[in-house]
Design a binder for this molecule. Structure first.
Ligand SMILES: NC(=O)c1ccc[n+]([C@@H]2O[C@H](COP(=O)([O-])OP(=O)(O)OC[C@H]3O[C@@H](n4cnc5c(N)ncnc54)[C@H](OP(=O)(O)O)[C@@H]3O)[C@@H](O)[C@H]2O)c1
Length: 268
């Protein structure tokens, strides 16, 4: 039975992906930050849960050791856990920036580094990094978050080259507007004040206007299609919104696309 590890399965895309993996008959392993009983997250009993906070590199290394000892190296490793920040770059502290880069970009790489020797020795495996549409373009006030996802995109492309000789596949999956708790980060900015206030409000209106969000289950189906795709494709935009925006940027070029979206996003 193939095995899959997914980080961050308490909610959203990771949770739906765990359920999908169990339904497909895979050996499913997930990480959470809290209670390790699957029932706490509506997951089937067969899911093996581990507690892991990605903020701490040593915790990631210790987890990888335990995982290998107890389950061996999974056939598929999905770096899904992550969070967003919604704030002007000027108002984001250096510590908040370091924290989000640690969790969204560096921890996934630490996990990959810890598992790679065994994957290379086996000569097979699939690494899936859940990046973002915001790993390919940048939304105002999501700049710090998007920069962390650009970093993960860069690592993914580097690994794609480096791991081909060893039979390990690398996939960057890029969701755009999936209906999950991640957007709670915007709630702290409901009545924004200060110099950026009116522009934050415009962006709030834009985001609230995106009512056709993809469900986590649909997104998980798309992630699954990427997992079982035996081609050497690297990038998989997930959800129609991501595909349309990336196609528009390709067609119109960077600057025209940015000018057009700037008006829609910031109202100016
Ligand atoms: N939803 C979208 O539209 C969208 C768009 C682009 C990219 N993505 C990416 O998709 C992935 C899944 O997000 P989602 O939308 O499904 O959001 P979500 O429901 O909020 O899930 C995020 C998961 O990451 C975990 N997590 C957050 N910080 C962590 C940390 N320090 N250590 C360990 N786990 C941590 C969360 O655990 P807790 O419950 O403990 O917080 C949760 O399980 C993320 O990488 C996100 O950036 C989502």
């Amino acid at each position: 039975m193939p095995s899959i590890l997914v980080t961050g399965v308490s909610s959203g895309i990771g949770n739906a992906l765990m359920r999908k993996a169990v339904a497909e008959g895979w050996n499913a392993i997930g990480t959470v930050r809290d209670d390790v009983s699957p029932g706490a997250y509506d997951l089937p009993d067969g899911v093996a849960l581990y507690r892991l906070d990605l903020k701490y590199a040593s915790a990631v290394e210790n987890f990888a050791e335990r995982l290998i000892a107890e389950h061996g190296v999974p056939d598929v490793v999905v770096n899904n856990a992550g969070y967003t920040l919604y704030a002007p770059i000027e108002e984001t502290s250096g510590q908040a920036m370091r924290d989000i880069f640690e969790v969204n970009a560096l921890a996934p790489i630490t996990l990959i580094q810890s598992l790679l020797p065994a994957m290379r020795a086996r000569g097979s495996g699939v690494i899936v990094n859940i990046t973002s549409l915001g790993g390919r373009l940048v939304f105002p006030f999501f700049g710090t978050y998007n920069a962390s996802k650009h970093a993960l995109e860069g690592f993914s492309e580097g690994l794609w080259h480096e791991l081909q000789p060893f039979g390990v596949k690398v996939k960057a999956v890029e969701p755009g507007y999936v209906d999950t708790p991640i957007y709670k980060a915007m709630e702290g900015r409901r009545s924004p004040k200060g110099a950026y206030g009116p522009y934050l409000e415009a962006m709030n209106r834009f985001s609230e206007g995106v009512t056709k969000r993809t469900s986590p289950e649909r997104a998980a189906d798309e992630v699954w299609a990427a997992i079982v795709d035996s081609s050497d494709r690297l990038r998989y935009p997930v959800a129609a919104y991501a595909r349309v925006l990336l196609a528009a940027r390709r067609v119109f070029g960077d600057l025209l696309f940015m000018r057009f979206m700037h008006k829609r996003w910031m109202g100016k």
